[in-house]
Design a protein around this ligand. Structure first.
Ligand SMILES: [Ca+2]
Ligand SMILES: [Ca+2]
Ligand SMILES: [Ca+2]
Length: 572
């Protein structure tokens, strides 16, 4: 791979300010390598280890967008991803799906082919009635033949130690023929859902279990191009009564005992018609899949009691493999979760284990391997998941792998072949190396917002809200005029400064100024808003006791301006 730093040289600008000529360019932020995630299946794991895909490794590169969860991206013919989102904000618009009669769901378009440089466009929110349940949440989307099908399902709160412990029914698919501008709601309701479950709806509400709680469309690639038969397939977690191993939240938004599979020829006239569906009903004596139109004859695709949960399947066309990602929300869904990846040559199994990842995220959920971002050889890809909704301030457990956040979060991974060695692509991280003398400096700031740390600006990490707050400096309500100063005990000879904006998209520095203890100044251009890139300022070497960065321009209305990282480099 060519140098990311070199590849990132976006613009070279010569500026003269004060007595100094400086050279400025944008640089990619460095990422720490993660490597192979140790596969640690628990006792009783029913899957044998895959011989073809033996591990999953993470490069450490990630990109985070927005401040919401509930993403289920579908790759459409026009090349964009279309997705639901919920329980958060985009561009100041809020959506919450837990509001009973006043629940809402939302949608967005995700533009771009480079996972590090996507643009998420909010397409607005829609009111939706959850009653008699407490919440009505989005699930899988499919965009096929110019129609966007968007599913919603119900949740309810019963057990206090578990958020949304009751999985209600999947209601049905609403659809849009103008890519999300307008919607036709499904004729189904929480009390009259598409699938005949749970069995009774008479008051009081019967709380499950269900088999198709939050269905996800199998990701067959762009416009469903690799569907084996033109049908859309859906997977979902669920449970069967009686349950020999009951647990709190046994059939919830993130827990289940089994995974189920169904298929339908997608169309406006078919998708909300239960009689058009066929259900996977096990294998016959010859090992072939049985399909039935009788819901009562359905059998699990995966049966691992107390170890199933949210499930998403992707077809990897280059490897000719089906990949199934499952998350187990454990006994209390306020704790870390386990996730695992299975592979099969067929949609209906048999399934083999690629990796069992305990405490992935550490609370990763909605894990999806997006077909759009697989490399031509099929081994390299980008995993989407949300994380740490129950620990958004990261006070209970460390984020692992880095960048696991409550947002649209993409992480680069590699499916490892047998015998393949993981080669870290990590380049030396100048921010954590010895030449970055910012880390030896004393930090003073114009102000600091409670919960943030001035020292976070020199900890060698480009991080911060909505991730680790401790990794950035945020001023207390300041915009233009906010400043940070680094002072050394001894004069230092330096020739380069790196500056990274706060990664959130509310606070955005559009201009600044460096001042040095020798009285010289340099005008600094915009710092990229999401901090996936930073600005490098190079100047003829100078010997100084302190350097200060002052904010001279911001995007208006965003009052806690600051820096996620400032590097100052000694002359080499
Ligand atoms: Ca169970
Ligand atoms: Ca930092
Ligand atoms: Ca920012």
């Amino acid at each position: 791979m060519k140098s990311r730093l070199a590849a990132a040289a976006m613009a070279v600008v010569f500026l003269t300010a004060g007595a100094i000529q400086a050279q400025q360019r944008l640089i990619d932020r460095p990422f720490p390598s993660v490597g192979i995630w140790p596969s640690q299946p628990p006792e009783g794991c029913p899957f044998e280890r895959s011989k073809d895909l033996v591990d999953i490794a993470f490069s450490g590169r990630y990109a985070n967008y927005t401040n919401a969860d509930g993403w289920y991206p579908a790759w459409a013919d026009d090349g964009n991803l279309y997705s639901a989102w919920s329980d958060g904000d985009i561009d100041g618009e809020h959506c919450s799906s837990g509001g009973g009669k006043n629940a809402r769901t939302a949608q967005a378009k995700i533009i771009g082919d480079d996972p590090m440089r996507l643009r998420v466009v909010n397409l607005g929110t829609s009111p939706i009635d959850a009653t008699p349940y407490g919440g009505r949440y989005p699930c899988g989307s499919l965009v096929f033949d110019g129609v966007w099908y968007y599913g919603t399902y119900c949740l309810h709160n019963k057990a206090p130690q578990f958020a949304w412990d009751i999985m209600g029914p999947f209601v049905g698919w609403r659809y849009s023929t103008d890519f999300g501008k307008t919607w036709i709601e499904t004729k189904h309701t929480p009390s009259k859902p598409l699938f005949p479950e749970p069995k009774e709806f008479a008051s009081p509400v019967k709380f499950g279990p269900v088999k198709f709680g939050s269905p996800m469309f199998v990701d067959f690639g762009r416009g469903m191009e690799h569907s084996p038969d033109g049908k859309a397939y859906i997977v979902a977690q669920g449970a069967i009564e009686p349950d020999p191993k009951p647990r709190v939240g046994n059939c919830s938004w993130v827990n289940g005992d089994q995974i189920f599979l169904a298929r339908v020829t997608p169309g406006i006239g078919t998708i909300n018609d239960e009689s058009q569906y066929e259900y996977f009903a096990g294998h016959n004596a010859a090992g072939n899949a049985i399909w039935t139109d009788d819901f009562e004859q359905i059998r699990p695709l995966i049966d691992w009691n107390n170890h199933c949960g949210f499930a998403a399947m992707t077809y990897n066309a280059s490897l000719k493999k089906y990949l199934l990602a499952i998350t187990d929300g454990k006994e209390s869904n306020l704790s870390p979760y386990d996730s695992y990846i299975l592979e099969s040559d067929q949609l209906t199994g048999p399934w083999r284990l690629v990796s069992y990842m305990p405490k992935f995220g550490q609370q990763g959920y909605f894990v999806q391997l997006l077909s759009k971002f697989f490399s031509p050889d099929g081994h390299q890809g980008w995993m989407f998941y949300c994380s740490n909704w129950a620990d958004r301030q990261h006070t209970h457990w460390p984020v692992d792998p880095p960048g696991s956040e409550y947002c649209f979060s993409l992480h680069e991974f590699r499916l490892m072949r047998s015998g393949e060695k993981w080669e870290s692509r990590e380049e030396s991280n100048p921010l954590s190396g010895p030449s970055n003398i910012a880390r030896q400096a004393k930090v003073t700031v114009s102000s600091n917002r409670e919960g943030f740390h001035p020292e976070g600006a020199i900890d060698g990490k480009v991080g911060g809200y909505p991730g680790e707050w401790s990794e950035e400096w945020a001023s207390d309500g300041e915009s233009i005029g906010a400043w940070i100063r680094l002072t050394w005990d001894q004069p230092k000879t330096i020739d380069r400064v790196w500056l990274f904006d706060r990664p959130n998209t509310y606070d955005y520095i559009t201009a600044g100024e460096l001042t040095f203890s020798d009285g010289t100044t340099i005008s600094v251009g915009e710092l990229p808003d999401t901090a996936t890139q930073g600005r490098e300022v190079r100047f003829p070497a100078k010997t100084v006791e302190w350097v200060q960065f002052k904010v001279t321009g911001v995007k208006t209305g965003y009052p806690h301006i600051g820096l996620s990282e400032m590097g100052v480099f000694a002359r080499q």
